[in-house]
Each structure stands twice: as structure tokens, then as C-alpha cells.
Design a protein around this ligand. Structure first.
Ligand code: FES
Length: 344
């Protein structure tokens, strides 16, 4: 029974390959015609050194010059030597182009369009080759906006194992996707997208997690929650969801449902508009203290507009807390995403 190995390249493009327990990741990559960086293929040079974000493996034979004990303890590994013992997620030290691969293109049919409010629309797709579409919870795709020559990036709000895929869109004046969804979109439309992409994906949780969403930045976190509903973890997970107005609040019922089925999952939300009927008025920073950060023993996942991301980073720094890991993705309605992993 082969395992699934996600190869996440430096440009964010991710390819999934199958790897048997008795073959190395490098051999499986070669069979899939993906040229990950290799030189000696013998555990001697360190050229293939990659970072394993999740999964178990046998590291194989190698010398200290290729991979030190300290590096191995941090999760670095040698694909030319390692064999999988579970599904793996590897960060490969090259671009996808250098590995002679590229993001996959998929075609789909629009299966649903839900107007949550004047500011937020969700669309759902039936992907033609659904079994060929793999992604990590938190990743995004570039969607070709029907009837235009433009593409926009959207994170999956659905989980990797759900048959239909869905996406949340903030409606903006003059926006290409906004215009399509509010004026022309119909169930049955054909649509094309490329991906998956991005390094903002859920790692194995080995400590408490704090998920932070700004507006439609909730989408990738919903995908992560769907994964956690399928594979519960033994650590508390808290989500804070901030929006500008009451109209922007969506999926509170979905979050309630997840709170029922995911052990240790809690959430809260806030609305910046002072006239909101929400219990918490203001920004998510008002809900973050050293307690919600577990005094640093926490993995933080943050997706929102640039101003929110910067405000949260500044706030955490001002608290004097350094999270064990901090993954964030900034998005703007019409721009490419910027995904970063850093200390606060
Ligand atoms: Fe030399 Fe893997 S290619 S250590």
C-alpha cells in the first residue's frame, strides 16, 4: 500500500506522488517525472536535503556531512535515502520549474452559488477529475474567472476529502470574480483552476493551536477544521474570527458544528463596526493575550488582509511572546497571495 507524499516547492506549487514503503522518495519522484534536487543519491552530499512538515519515515543511511544529528532532529531529511512509514509532507529546496514540474490544471462545473450576504459569496464546484485533485488543508488555487482573461487566488474552504470543493469570495466593487459571481454565474458553468499552491497548510499539531481569520481568510481555516474533524488531535485548538461589519460574518453555524465534533475546539468572533450586535466589538488583537498564546507553546495560523496580519504580528510581539511556530498568509482581493512562515 503506497503512501502519499506531498512535495511542496519553494514557489508554493505542490505535487503529490505515491511512494511505497520499500522505495525512497527520490525513486518515487523520478517515476512521477519530478526532478527533485539530487546529486550523489547516496546520502553523502546533502543536495536533496528537505524539511519534513509531517509524517513518519525511516531516514535511511547517510553521513553527517549530508545531514547532521541536529538537522535530523529539526525534521530535515534526505529524500534519496528516506522511505515513508506514513503519508508525508516535504518542503523541497527548489522551484517547481527547476524540478521540471508545474501546477496541475483542473476543470470543474459550478454546483452551487451561495450569497451569504452582499459582501460574501461562496461557490461550490464538482471537479471533473476529483480523484486526481489532492491538496493540503489551507492551500489555494488560481481560478480562471469565466468570461475574462483574469485569474484570482482562492483557498479551499472545503476539506481535502470532501467530494465537492468550495471557496469563499469577498465581493468588491469592480472585481473580476465579484462581477462574475454577482452578475453572470450560474450552476452548470464550466470553470478551470490551477493548483494547489501555497505553504500555508496545516502541519501535524503537537501542541495547542491558535487559528486567526480576517474576513474571507476564514476559508483555509475551515479546510483545516474539516481535517481536524476527520483526524482529531489531543491538543486544544482555538479560532478567532474578525470581520469589519455584521454582513461579513459567515459560517458561524459551521464553526458551532465543528465545536460539537472536534474535541478541544473552541472559537470566538469579533466585529470592528461599533454598531455591530456582536458581543465583541473591535479587532482580533483585543482577544489575544498570553493565555490564548499558551505563553508561546502554540502554533499560530493566521489568514487575513495585510493590515490585519501586521497588526497581529505587532500585537504578539508587544506581548513579549514568541509562538513555537507562526504561519500566515496575506491576501488582497485581486493580488497574489503571500505566504510566510516566521517567528512573530
Ligand atoms: Fe546526495 Fe541525497 S542526493 S544526499
Amino acid at each position: 500500500m503506497p503512501f502519499q507524499v506531498a512535495l511542496n516547492f519553494e514557489d508554493g506549487i505542490t505535487r503529490f506522488i505515491e511512494c511505497r514503503p520499500d522505495e525512497t522518495v527520490a525513486e518515487a519522484s523520478y517515476k512521477a517525472r519530478i526532478n527533485i534536487p539530487l546529486d550523489c543519491r547516496d546520502g553523502a552530499c546533502g543536495t536533496c536535503k528537505s524539511l519534513c512538515d509531517s509524517g513518519r519515515y525511516d531516514g535511511g543511511d547517510y553521513i553527517d556531512e549530508a545531514l547532521t544529528e541536529d538537522e535530523a532532529a529539526l525534521g530535515y531529511c534526505l529524500p534519496c535515502q528516506m522511505t515513508p512509514q506514513s503519508d508525508l509532507v516535504l518542503r523541497i529546496p527548489s522551484s517547481s520549474a527547476a524540478a521540471r514540474t508545474a501546477a496541475a490544471t483542473h476543470t470543474a462545473t459550478v454546483a452551487g452559488i451561495k450569497h451569504h450576504s452582499p459582501t460574501t459569496v461562496e461557490f461550490t464546484l464538482d471537479v471533473d477529475d476529483r480523484e486526481a485533485l489532492d491538496f493540503l488543508p489551507g492551500q489555494y488555487v488560481n481560478v480562471a474567472v469565466p468570461g475574462t482573461d483574469q485569474a484570482r487566488s482562492y483557498s479551499f474552504s472545503s476539506g481535502p476529502n470532501q467530494q465537492q470543493t468550495s471557496f469563499l469570495v469577498r465581493i468588491v466593487e469592480g472585481g473580476a470574480m465579484s462581477g462574475y459571481l454577482t452578475e453572470r454565474a450560474a450552476v452548470g458553468d464550466r470553470i478551470e483552476f490551477t493548483g494547489p499552491m501555497g505553504s500555508f497548510y496545516l502541519r501535524e499539531l503537537t501542541r495547542p493551536a491558535l487559528l486567526l481569520a480576517g474576513g474571507t481568510g476564514l476559508a483555509p481555516l475551515l479546510s483545516m477544521l474539516e481535517r481536524l474533524a476527520q483526524k482529531p488531535v489531543a491538543h486544544p485548538v482555538h479560532l478567532l474570527y474578525g470581520v469589519t461589519t455584521d454582513q461579513d460574518l459567515v459560517h458561524l453555524d459551521t464553526l458551532e458544528d465543528y465545536a460539537e465534533v472536534i474535541p478541544g475546539f473552541t472559537f470566538d468572533h469579533c466585529v470592528a463596526d461599533p454598531s455591530s450586535s456582536a458581543r465583541n466589538k473591535g479587532f482580533v488583537t483585543g482577544l489575544i493575550d498570553s493565555g490564548t498564546l499558551h505563553d508561546g507553546d502554540v502554533d499560530v495560523y493566521l489568514c487575513g488582509p495585510p493590515a490585519m496580519v501586521e497588526a497581529v504580528r505587532g500585537h504578539i510581539t508587544s506581548l513579549g511572546v514568541t509562538p513555537a511556530s507562526f504561519h500566515y498568509e496575506k491576501f488582497t482581493p485581486a493580488a497574489a497571495r503571500e505566504t510566510v512562515e516566521a517567528a512573530a
